[in-house]
Design a protein around this ligand. Structure first.
Ligand SMILES: [Zn+2]
Length: 493
């Protein structure tokens, strides 16, 4: 019996039994088994996807971006395979492939959208030759796992080196991401001779399905840059800037416009490294606590994006998805219809009513995400209340020092009451104190169930209650709301 057949057979058996037994080894188990028997399984099965594979990576937003790309492709009638919702490691991708494959290794789907952890990217590119690689952003996250941001950049550069045929879909506004296109040259830049980003004009599109012009880097890589161009956007927070210096020469970067974190329009006055010209550009950005809208320029075309999601980071995710759609020559009308019909992911800006009060729940996990959520919420100028719930279980991240990098100062604006809860509620209270939020409006209740009841009780008619929990706190809050019939149980459908 050949090894490939055996690998698929064994993996499908494992998947079947783990489903029957409930939980089991999770999404990665079948892939893990198959790769043990036949290490080339990912390479082999990926070849079945005739129109190619796109890898999506970045610190924040890869799940959302992958999901958006899948929906755009499906709206165009494409047959898409993805690992979204599963494991982002090689074995997770192997599992997704095996699940869609028949026992002989035949797959009906034609395009693969693989969501990949940054650290996993070089491993995946050993197995597959992607048609495109989309990178959303690089932030400091899960430090213990990935180290500092420049180390992450090195890891990604290595993966790009081994993907000679991939078109790069890059966030121009993130200097770490945009610098990746320079591989393998990070050369004589220190002497001021750095000119790797082409200066040439990007010609307008002739029709709305023609792909946008790509930038060719010195080393002949095709790059499509996306980004935001909106001078009225301004970062409210100086905290949580992960990178201040030019990646090429180490001089401090100058930001004529900074949108959030290290994202924006930047230039190095020493070597000339700067935000590259974008082919897909968002303008006239409107932020609100429930949606984000913008005018998107794609070559000569203009389209209105009304995203039922909050925060600039989701706008960047959408821009990456628009770029991927353009790369696959999908009509803008199809792309934007798919994006405007997006549903928020589990625990992200879910809106519901409880006791006649409007409530919004949003998962928080790191300073960048937290600041973005808070900035969106402060667009709601009406009187409002908040419930912040901080746990430090393994799934939340045991290091909660990120709250000190988060802009709790914004809680001074228009919040009538703020409940703090969770295992580390005392840390939240202390953080708010240092943010000069008056203790009169803060209520501490460690027990989450009680805190939720109190938060609802403390919210007046016409006010909105914003619930900001870490992961395990969110699960507990949702569980209570599901029990009360207020929210739907995502796991049961
Ligand atoms: Zn420089």
């Amino acid at each position: 019996m050949n090894k490939k057949f055996l690998a698929i057979f064994a993996a499908k058996q494992a998947g079947f039994w783990s489903r029957i037994m409930g939980r089991g080894g999770g999404a990665a188990l079948p892939g893990l088994i198959a790769m043990k028997i036949y290490p080339e399984i990912v390479t082999d099965l990926t070849k079945e996807l005739g129109k190619g594979v796109v890898l999506v990576t970045g610190t924040n937003g890869k799940t959302t971006t992958s999901k958006m790309i899948v929906e755009i492709l499906k709206a165009n009638g494409e047959n898409v395979l993805s690992n979204s919702g599963g494991s982002n490691l090689t074995r997770g991708i192997a599992s997704a492939l095996i699940e869609r494959s028949n026992i002989f290794g035949k797959i009906k789907e034609e395009i693969g959208i693989y969501e990949v952890d940054e650290a996993t990217l070089p491993k995946i590119t050993q197995f597959v030759d992607p048609k495109a690689i989309a990178i959303t952003n690089i932030f400091r996250d899960q430090l213990d796992r990935y180290g500092e941001v420049d180390k992450t950049a090195d890891i990604l550069r290595q993966a790009l080196k081994s993907s000679p045929n991939a078109t790069l879909i890059l966030n121009a506004d993130d200097p770490i991401v945009s610098s990746l296109a320079l591989y393998p040259v990070i050369p004589d830049a220190a002497e001021g001779s750095f000119k790797s980003h082409e200066e040439k004009e990007i010609p307008p599109l002739s029709t709305n399905i023609e792909p946008v012009e790509m930038t060719k880097t010195k080393n002949q890589k095709n790059v499509i840059y996306f980004g935001i161009n909106d001078e009225k956007l301004k970062a409210k927070s100086d905290l949580a800037i992960d990178i201040k210096d030019c990646l090429i020469c180490g001089t401090e970067l100058v930001y004529p416009h900074r949108y959030y974190g290290h994202i924006g329009e930047y230039v190095c006055e020493n070597c000339g490294f700067k935000k590259p010209k974008t082919s897909i550009t968002a303008k006239n950005v409107q932020l609100s606590p429930i949606r984000t809208s913008a005018n998107i320029k794609i070559g000569r075309e203009n389209a209105n994006l009304v995203l039922p999601m909050i925060g600039l980071y989701n706008l960047y995710n959408a821009l990456a998805a628009v770029t991927a759609g353009n790369f696959f020559k999908i009509k803008n009308t199809v792309t934007f219809k798919a994006l405007n019909n997006q549903k928020p992911a589990f625990g992200r800006m879910e809106t519901f009513a409880v006791n006649g009060r409007k409530a919004v729940i949003h998962l928080v996990k790191n300073p960048i995400g937290f600041n973005q959520v808070l900035e969106a919420i402060t667009e709601d100028r009406k009187s409002k209340t908040a419930l912040i719930a901080l746990n430090d279980n393994f799934a939340d991240g045991t290091d909660i020092s990120w709250i000190w990098d988060s802009e709790f100062e914004l809680f001074k604006n228009d919040f009538r009451k703020i409940m703090v809860s969770g295992i580390r509620s005392k840390d939240l209270r202390l953080r708010l104190k240092y943010a000069d939020v008056t203790s009169k409006i803060i209520i501490e209740e460690e027990d989450l169930d009680t805190a939720l009841d109190q938060a609802v009780k403390n919210t007046n008619q016409g006010e909105t209650l914003y619930i900001l929990p870490t992961y395990t706190a969110m699960l507990q809050i949702r569980k209570k709301l599901v029990k009360q019939g207020i929210l739907k149980d995502y796991w049961s459908n």
